[in-house]
Design a protein around this ligand. Structure first.
Ligand code: ATP
Length: 300
């Protein structure tokens, strides 16, 4: 059984003051984009759960129980008392530790592929519950499209949005650790009042998305974590500046970075931006992807 699961980008990300558990409340606008990891689930010869990884970042993705796809398979097996195991193989296109939720996409894909292989017939609600306990971005990778995420990003409300957006993504040489970016964010000392209300998504972004006007969306992109990501990876400033030179409608670091995303006016403009970035030497790899797209799905 094979599932494909999309990467996400955050068109807006507001971060609140951390609670007593250390977690920051978020208000984010997710968009699923046409950049997919593929997760295959085959019968296990010996009843164990294993994983093999090819493609993007194959050397840095863990192959033990910390792999999110393995954790997803274990959780589904525990929930439905399945003992037959599974041999998972993941082909990655999504940059690892790139702020694109690649691990979460693999978890969402593994839930669907294992559910089909084992015939567990989990309901949508059961899958979403498992996804939520696997990680804040996993429910969105399952659902896809566009959504506002609150809480830690896992409480989803769908967004009424028009249009298809053409994105160009610049992958960096190495990933950025999400906890390190949040630690830097706290160190930079945002003027957080511990009693401040939970963050909310920006109204200009929501209005722009309802209008479907990519120019307005480009102007409204924002990310509270960008300053911290740039402190940890100052070279990303050059990549972002190049996007401005290439007349991107908006430039942004996705989530905790380091992937830089650029909004193009149309496909031709996206090709121009991609060519400009690729020849600049400021990033390792350039990818184009449109969005929004559906969430994780079986492809067999
Ligand atoms: P986050 O969801 O924390 O914002 P991210 O989207 O920036 O993360 P991921 O690609 O999900 O980045 O990787 C974060 C870390 O998760 C990696 O450094 C890796 O050690 C671990 N990991 C576990 N399973 C996977 C997987 N299947 N694919 C990629 N990374 C994984």
């Amino acid at each position: 059984m094979t599932a494909r699961a999309p990467a996400k980008i955050n068109l807006g990300l507001r971060v609140g003051a951390p609670g007593s558990d250390g977690y920051h409340p978020l208000a984010t606008v997710y968009q699923a984009i046409a950049l997919y990891d593929e997760v295959k689930a085959r019968p296990s010869p010996d009843g164990t759960i294993t994983v093999a990884v090819t493609g993007e970042g194959r050397d840095v993705v863990p192959l033990d129980q910390t792999n999110l796809a393995v954790r997803a398979a274990e959780m589904l097996a525990n929930r439905f008392a399945v003992h037959s195991g599974v041999a998972l193989s993941i082909h990655k296109t999504i940059a690892v530790a790139g702020g694109l939720a690649g691990g979460s996409a693999d978890a969402a894909g593994a839930l669907l592929a294992c559910d089909a292989l084992w015939g567990t017939n989990a309901t949508r609600d059961e899958l979403v519950t498992l996804a939520t306990s696997l990680g804040s971005d996993v429910p969105f990778c399952l659902t896809g499209g566009m959504a506002v995420g609150t809480g830690r990003g896992e409480q989803l409300t769908s967004v009424l949005a028009r249009g298809t957006y053409e994105w160009v993504l610049a992958f960096a040489d190495t990933g950025l650790s999400t906890p390190a970016v949040y630690a830097e964010y706290d160190r930079l000392g945002p003027d957080h009042d511990a009693n401040a209300p939970a963050p909310v998504v920006s109204e200009p972004l929501m209005t722009a998305l309802r209008s479907g006007d990519p120019y307005a969306v480009g102007r409204a992109l924002h990310n509270d974590l960008q300053r911290a990501a740039l402190r940890l990876r100052p070279a990303l400033r050059h990549t972002l500046a190049l996007g401005d030179e290439l007349k991107a409608l908006g430039t942004l670091i996705s989530g905790s970075g380091p992937t830089c995303v650029f909004l193009a006016a149309d496909e031709d403009h996206a090709v121009d931006i991609a060519v400009g970035l690729a020849s600049s030497g400021t990033c390792r790899l350039v990818q184009r992807a449109s969005g929004p797209v559906h969430g994780a799905r079986l492809v067999t």
